[in-house]
Ligand binder design. Structure first.
Ligand code: FES
Length: 107
């Protein structure tokens, strides 16, 4: 019962908004730099948390193109990873920020 009400609440909030998902992030076979970063810096293990981590990191880099480690950790703190210990996730986001060179490459 709670879940159903929660879903309606989220849907109402999204009314009229653009919704981005991990499935729409790559441009065909070309990964988004944040996806590349997670691959290059081994920011995932089982992958369960990865979509949330990546989408949160994309949003962070849209609003802060050169975040500090603490800013990355703060942005990602709502996402729980039971595998990685977060070090490689932070390195993945930093790799993406450097690759993006301060540019917004959101698609
Ligand atoms: Fe397994 Fe994050 S990679 S939960």
């Amino acid at each position: 019962m709670f879940r159903r009400r929660h879903e309606h609440f989220v849907a109402a909030q999204a009314n009229g908004a653009e919704v981005k998902t991990i499935e729409g992030l790559a441009d065909g076979d070309i990964f988004h730099p944040v996806q590349e970063g997670f691959r290059e810096k081994h920011g995932l293990q089982c992958g369960y948390c990865t979509p949330g981590m990546i989408m949160t990191a994309v949003h962070l880099l849209e609003t802060n193109s050169n975040p500090t480690d603490d800013e990355i950790k703060h942005a990602l703190e709502g996402n729980i990873c039971r595998c990685t210990g977060y070090v490689n996730i932070v390195e993945s986001v930093k790799w993406a920020a450097a690759k993006m060179g301060g540019k917004n490459v959101s698609r």
